[in-house]
Design a protein around this ligand. Structure first.
Ligand code: SF4
Length: 420
C-alpha cells in the first residue's frame, strides 16, 4: 500500500509500514530511516482504543469534550500551541481559535518565524525537492547537515542520483559528525567538501555574500581561500541550491536567512540559484499555511476584540507561558509521542498521541487521544518545500477521533457568548 511518512518535513512516499499483531510495534519496510523507525515503534499493531481523561480520571470522549469546552469558555486568553496536526485539523482549529480569541503558535515557532520574517521583508527564490534532485549541480548546506531533523535528506535531494552527472556538496559550518557523514556521501558523480566558519554563521554568510557580489573591498581582504573558491563555484554552477535548517539557526536567525536570500538574488542575475529550507515538520508548516490562507496572517496571530493581530515575537508560546500571559492551554500533538507540553500550571487541554496521557495526567487537565494522520487515519500535510501537499494514508486505521472532529465538537460546545 502507498504510505507517506508524516514524521518529518520531507514526507517521503517510497517506504512501507509492516503491521504485526497485538502489541507488536509498527515497523518500517522497503528501506530505512532511523527517525521513521523510532516514530513507528510508538504505535502498536492493534489500534488504540478511544482514551479520554479529565483531572486524571478516565471518562468518555464526550465528557472530556464537554469539560474542555467549559475550560475554554472560562478562559480570557487561551493559547493554542504545538499545532501538530494535518490540514483538516488546522482548518477546524482556526474557527475555534477565532471563537475563543486564542493566540496560536506552532511548537518550533522560533524556527518558523526566522523564515517567515525574512520572507515578509524581502521575498525569496526557493526550489522543490524534485528540482534539486533533477537539476542542482552544487548543493551547499549552510550551518550543518539536517540529519537529526530529516534523516533522509541525502536521498530526497538525489545526491548520488545520476540525473545530474556531477554534483559538488558543501557543508558550510559543519556540526558534530557532519564531516564523517559527508565523507560517506562521496562517490561516483559526487564530490564533497566542508568549510569551517570564519567568525560565526552570520559573519561567514555575510563574507560569502560580499564575495559573490564582488564587492571591491573583498579583493584585498584576508579571507580563507576555500570561501573565495566557494563564491567562484556558486557563480560557475548551472544551478546552485543553498540548503538551510531554521531549527539550527541561533536567535535572530532571520538575519541569516535574509543574507542567504541576498546571495541567491545576486546569483540569479547571471546564473540560476535557489534556497531550500528544511522546516515545517510536526505539522508546523501545515498549520501555518492553513492559518495564512484562512486569515491572511501566519501563526503567532490572534483573532480577538481588536481584530486580527500578528505578533511574531510577543505571541511566542514559550514567552507567553513564561510571562503568565495565557490562562489556558490547548496543546495539539497528533504525531509525536514525546511532544509533551512544557511544564505549566494552567488549565490544559491536550489532544495527542495516546502515549501522552500519562505525561499530562494532573488536576486541571483534559486529555483526549487523537488519531495520527498517516497511521490511524488519512489526511494531508505540506512538505518542506511548501508548495507540495502530500496525501497521508492510514497505515492501520483506528477508531480514535481526529483533531478536526474534536475541534468541531469543541466549537459546537462553546457557549454562545464565546462563539458569537
Ligand atoms: S526522512 Fe523523514 S519523511 Fe522520510 S522516512 Fe525519514 S522521517 Fe519519514
Amino acid at each position: 500500500m502507498t504510505w507517506t511518512c508524516p514524521f518529518c518535513p520531507l514526507a517521503c512516499d517510497h517506504l512501507e509500514v509492516r503491521v504485526g499483531s497485538g502489541a507488536q510495534p509498527l515497523e518500517l519496510a522497503g528501506g530505512d530511516c532511523a527517525r521513521a523507525r523510532r516514530a513507528l515503534a510508538t504505535f502498536s499493531s492493534a489500534p488504540s482504543a478511544p482514551l479520554a481523561e479529565v483531572d486524571g480520571r478516565a471518562v468518555s470522549v464526550d465528557e472530556a469534550v464537554a469539560a474542555a469546552a467549559r475550560l475554554l469558555a472560562a478562559s480570557r486568553q487561551p493559547l493554542f500551541a504545538n499545532l501538530a496536526t494535518d490540514v483538516a485539523g488546522a482548518r477546524a482549529l482556526y474557527p475555534l481559535a477565532c471563537a475563543s480569541g486564542a493566540i496560536c503558535d506552532a511548537a518550533p515557532g522560533e524556527a518558523l518565524m526566522h523564515g517567515l520574517r525574512a520572507l515578509q521583508d524581502r521575498g525569496q527564490f526557493t526550489a522543490t525537492l524534485a528540482e534539486v534532485r533533477t537539476r542542482a549541480d552544487l548543493i551547499v548546506f549552510v550551518g550543518g547537515l539536517p540529519l537529526a531533523l530529516a534523516s533522509g535528506i541525502r536521498e530526497r535531494l538525489g545526491i548520488a542520483d545520476p540525473q545530474v552527472p556531477q554534483r559538488h556538496v558543501v557543508v558550510l559550518g559543519p556540526g558534530e559528525g557532519d564531516e564523517a557523514a559527508l565523507a560517506g556521501w562521496a562517490g561516483a558523480g559526487v564530490t564533497v567538501e566542508t568549510i569551517a566558519l570564519h567568525g560565526d554563521l552570520f559573519d561567514t554568510l555575510s563574507l560569502l555574500d560580499a564575495l559573490v557580489a564582488k564587492r571591491p573591498a573583498m579583493a584585498s581582504a584576508t579571507l580563507p581561500e576555500n570561501l573565495r573558491a566557494l563564491a567562484e563555484r556558486l557563480h560557475a554552477a548551472r544551478y546552485a541550491v543553498l540548503v538551510g535548517t531554521p531549527a539550527l539557526l541561533p536567535a535572530q536567525g532571520a538575519l541569516i536567512v535574509e543574507t542567504l536570500h541576498r546571495t541567491v538574488n545576486t546569483l540569479n542575475r547571471t546564473t540560476r540559484a535557489a534556497a531550500l529550507w528544511i522546516a515545517g515538520g510536526n505539522g508546523a508548516g501545515t498549520a501555518n499555511q492553513v492559518f495564512a490562507w484562512l486569515s491572511g496572517l501566519p501563526l503567532r496571530s490572534r483573532a480577538g476584540p481588536r481584530g486580527l493581530e500578528h505578533e511574531p515575537l510577543r505571541y511566542g508560546s514559550l514567552r507567553l507561558l513564561a510571562q503568565g500571559a495565557a490562562d489556558a492551554l490547548l496543546w495539539v500533538s497528533a504525531f509525536d509521542a514525546d511532544a509533551a507540553p512544557p511544564d505549566n500550571g494552567l488549565p490544559m487541554i491536550v489532544l495527542g498521541h495516546p502515549a501522552l496521557a500519562e505525561r499530562v495526567r494532573r488536576a486541571g487537565s483534559v486529555f483526549i487521544a487523537v488519531s495520527t494522520p498517516g497511521i490511524g487515519s488519512a489526511g494531508h500535510v505540506f512538505r518542506t518545500d511548501g508548495t507540495v501537499l502530500m496525501p497521508l494514508h492510514a497505515a492501520r486505521p483506528d477508531r480514535l477521533p481526529t483533531v478536526a472532529a474534536i475541534a468541531q465538537q469543541l466549537l459546537a460546545g462553546l457557549p454562545a457568548r464565546k462563539a458569537a
